[in-house]
Design a protein around this ligand. Structure first.
Ligand SMILES: Nc1ncnc2c1ncn2[C@@H]1O[C@H](COP(=O)(O)OP(=O)(O)OP(=O)(O)O)[C@@H](O)[C@H]1O
Ligand SMILES: [Mg+2]
Length: 280
């Protein structure tokens, strides 16, 4: 439950709901002889929870890594559309570095948790605000005037994320000491602290029990519905994906083998074959 209104508008893309937000076209990625992605194309729309699914090794994480700038595909384009001063513009993410892409409002969580285990929940989330900090608050060099006001504003934002994700009880706990499901929630929170318009989630529910998955699914829906954040999500749990996503792209051996609504995907023969194996 939201206990107070967000001060910040998380949908910073400015793109109207239902309009194209991300266009992936002809993306191919190789690691030596391994073709992780072959001519992958799909379109994601503003306001969608768009799932990328597929068997292990299909190229899902690689795709997300290309969007966030961690991997640079040898071919193809990944255009992020934004509206600035009433004009739609697009940026090819393939040529941008991860921090530049984060500044464009694209935030991510990792398949394996990447938090600072010895720092508290609060500190990890404050680090997520770093991208918005003009003064070197975290370095602790100045502690007065604008830096102090800025620290308070960021702190308030972080407290709202803590409320939203029900992390109040863990605020001061070192992240490394928390249960795995809670750590995943903190990682999700840190991505929110970037104030994303597009959130990339790589298996946010992996290793969780049914109740933790349900909580996480609700948080993802809240952020999407209440804050207008578009979500590109990789998840293996098909019942969760069928429940929360508006659109699904299916990868198999680095290729798109299905793209459509959950209902269309559930009836797609190629997808059923990829999941069940050739002998079905
Ligand atoms: N940094 C890398 N170096 C070499 N090969 C890689 C690298 N990243 C991914 N690959 C290879 O690319 C292919 C796709 O891997 P990827 O991790 O994208 O799959 P995935 O769909 O996310 O799988 P999983 O469901 O197991 O997470 C695999 O063959 C993998 O070994
Ligand atoms: Mg993966």
């Amino acid at each position: 439950m939201l206990t107070r209104a967000y001060q910040f508008d998380l949908n910073s893309s400015g793109v109207a709901a239902g309009e194209p937000l991300l266009d992936v076209s002809g993306v191919s990625l190789r690691f030596g002889g391994i073709r992780a992605l072959s001519d992958v194309s799909f379109r994601m729309r503003q306001g969608d929870i768009h799932a990328v699914i597929g068997p292990n090794g299909a190229g899902k994480s690689s795709m997300l890594n290309c969007v966030s700038g961690l991997y640079r595909p040898q071919e193809g384009r990944i255009q992020l559309h934004t509206v600035r001063d009433g004009e739609v513009g697009s940026t090819d993410l393939v040529t941008r570095k991860p921090h530049q892409i984060a500044r464009l409002g694209v935030a991510r969580s990792f398949q394996n948790i990447e938090l600072f285990g010895h720092l508290s929940v609060l500190e990890n989330l404050m680090l997520g605000r770093h991208i918005h900090m003009k003064h070197r608050v975290l370095a602790g060099m100045v502690w007065f005037g604008p830096a102090r006001r800025q620290e308070f504003a960021h702190r308030e934002f972080v407290e709202e994320v803590i409320d939203l994700l029900q992390l109040q009880a863990h605020r001061h706990a070192p992240v490394g000491a928390l249960a795995y499901g809670i750590q995943k929630r903190v990682e999700f929170g840190r991505a929110l602290c970037i104030e994303p318009s597009l959130l990339l989630l790589d298996e946010p529910m992996a290793g969780m029990n049914a109740e933790e998955k349900e909580d996480m699914a609700r948080f993802v829906l809240d952020v999407n519905e209440l804050r207008g954040v578009s979500v590109l999500i990789i998840e293996h749990d098909m019942s969760v994906i069928m429940d929360i996503s508006s659109h699904i792209t299916v990868l198999d051996f680095g290729k798109v083998i299905g793209d459509g609504t959950p209902t269309e995907i559930a009836q797609n023969d190629d997808v059923i074959r990829a999941y069940l194996g050739d002998d079905e």
